[in-house]
Design a binder for this molecule. Sequence first.
Ligand code: HEM
Length: 145
Amino acid sequence: MPLKEIESRADIQQLVDSFYSRVQADELLGHIFNDIAKVDWDLHLPKMYDFWDSLLLDGSFSGNVMQPHFRLNKLIPLEEQHFNRWLAIFEDTVHSLFTGEKAELAIYRARSIKEIMEFKINLVNHPPKDNSKIPLVNPGNESKG
Ligand code: HEM
């Protein structure tokens, strides 16, 4: 099938459905969604249609992106490998179905949110031990004004 542009709610649904069916089949992430988080897909998928619609088209999403991930992180620590796999599957899914500006925007947005999410979760899982050791000014190189 030729690649098409992301233009409609139906396209968003196709993207999201395809992404989460790959996630569920993935050996690293499938278990987390199905057995640990026990995701109710009938509720989760429509939420994710709204989320991606709001980022790419003109839909509206009212949810808290971080909260379910902090909760999940208490059940299973989310680490670099999980975030990288999530993003790799997302990018593969987009590129297998779509082309064009919105497709690239989807990947750009996913990367940005993934980076922020990973950073925040990482601070919880691996808190810095002693901030005072991080020099604010390069020693010996202070500006004299
Ligand atoms: C390690 C990677 C990730 C895992 C394992 C993960 C897993 C989950 C789980 C289990 C839920 C809750 C589903 C439920 O309500 O039952 C969820 C919700 C959600 N996730 Fe993720 N996620 C990951 C990364 C991301 C990223 C990178 C994004 C954004 C680009 C994202 C966006 C969302 C959104 C928007 C929700 C719904 C929030 C709400 O309920 O308001 N997730 N995720």
